[in-house]
Write a protein that binds this ligand. Structure first.
Ligand SMILES: Cc1ncc(COP(=O)(O)O)c(C=O)c1O
Length: 335
């Protein structure tokens, strides 16, 4: 069985015997105010997707990728996470610890040796690695390693034919730190997602920006029509909607700051995060997680190290509900 994830609301509803509709789900880093999805024309549902539909140009412009970089739409960045390890012979790959666990799992499934690395240990370990996955910014900690450091890691690996795979699923609130502008360099692979910032996790849309040869190889592994026509159509429109993107960045920044105030008031000051989620280490994280769930609020629990991750409440009424629930919960755990 693969790693566990947030967003399993049906399971929580069963475990705690609370109807799905009564929950406040803060267990993911998905924007609770999604890009407003328009009606998809009937012919888009009817016709097979075609690679020359113009999505490529929109996606490059949106990401700031150079003209010679490859750009492959994928069914969520998860599809690339699963497929990329199949493109290399068995090697030693570093993965961030803590970090989104799917990377380690799929490299391991493909027969590679996985080496968990802390951000401050990469420089000491990089000589022993053939590939390094970096989550930028990290999920769950929110840590963002400076771009020049990532480029230095890339240069070290690429000089030996190695890869730096940069998972930028959560970069959209801060696009200035993306490595997409360097995605034509040999051995630099950048993953983007439409699931988080755009709030469209169910769409299953993402991108691989990388040298053309790598995009072509992954395309072959994934096979024809791997991204549905409605998904491609909606990707092109959401990526081109810069007005919505600017407004969303502002709202996320404001909502994250309001959430920090609430969490801080209850002894859970975030140690990090991104505007899409806040990361709160706490020795009694498991107890708080359970007590919140008993009251219909689902957050994400991490055991190593002991921490909670809070997604953004969609509005002031739900923030208020969290505030009141925490007032009962944290009181219980600290008294
Ligand atoms: C860091 C990170 N990368 C990638 C993904 C996969 O997202 P998607 O397949 O929706 O693009 C996730 C999902 O939670 C994630 O947390």
């Amino acid at each position: 069985m693969g790693p566990d994830h947030g967003g399993r609301l049906n399971r929580a509803a069963r475990d705690y015997d609370i109807p799905v509709g009564d929950w406040l789900d803060l267990s993911t880093g998905i924007n609770p105010r999604p890009w407003p999805v328009p009606a998809v024309p009937t012919e888009v549902w009817q016709r097979l997707p075609e690679a020359d539909d113009g999505l490529d140009a929109v996606a490059r412009r949106w990401a700031g990728a150079p003209p010679h970089a490859g750009c492959l739409p994928v069914a969520g960045s998860q599809a690339a996470i699963q497929g990329l390890p199949r493109l290399r012979p068995a090697c030693r790959v570093g993965v961030p610890q803590p970090g989104y666990a799917e990377h380690a799992w799929w490299w391991q499934q493909a027969g590679h040796t996985v080496v968990p690395v802390a951000h401050d240990a990469v420089d000491g370990q990089i000589a022993e690695l053939d590939a390094l996955v970096w989550i930028h910014p990290n999920n769950p900690t929110g840590l963002a390693v400076p771009v020049d450091r990532l480029l230095a890691w890339h240069a070290t690996l690429a000089a030996r034919g190695g890869w730096l795979v940069v998972d930028e699923a959560f970069v959209d609130p801060t696009p200035g730190i993306s490595l997409a502008p360097w995605a034509d360099r040999d051995g630099l692979l950048v993953l983007r997602s439409l699931g988080k910032f755009f709030g469209l996790a169910g769409l299953r849309g993402g991108l691989l920006l990388a040298p053309q040869s790598v995009c072509q190889a992954l395309d072959q592994v994934l096979g024809p029509w791997a991204v549905s026509h409605p998904t491609r159509w909606l990707m092109a429109r959401s990526l081109a909607d810069t007005v919505w993107q600017t407004q969303a960045r502002q709202w996320l920044a404001d909502a994250a700051s309001a959430l920090d105030t609430t969490l801080g008031r209850h002894g859970l000051p975030p140690a990090g995060g991104t505007p899409l989620f806040r990361y709160c280490p706490h020795p009694q994280a498991a107890t708080i997680h359970h007590e919140l769930a008993q009251q219909g609020i689902l957050v994400r629990l991490f055991e190593q190290p002991s921490a909670l991750r809070f997604g953004l409440p969609p509005d002031s009424a739900t923030l208020e509900r969290l505030d009141q629930t925490l007032a009962r919960t944290c009181h219980a755990t600290t008294s």
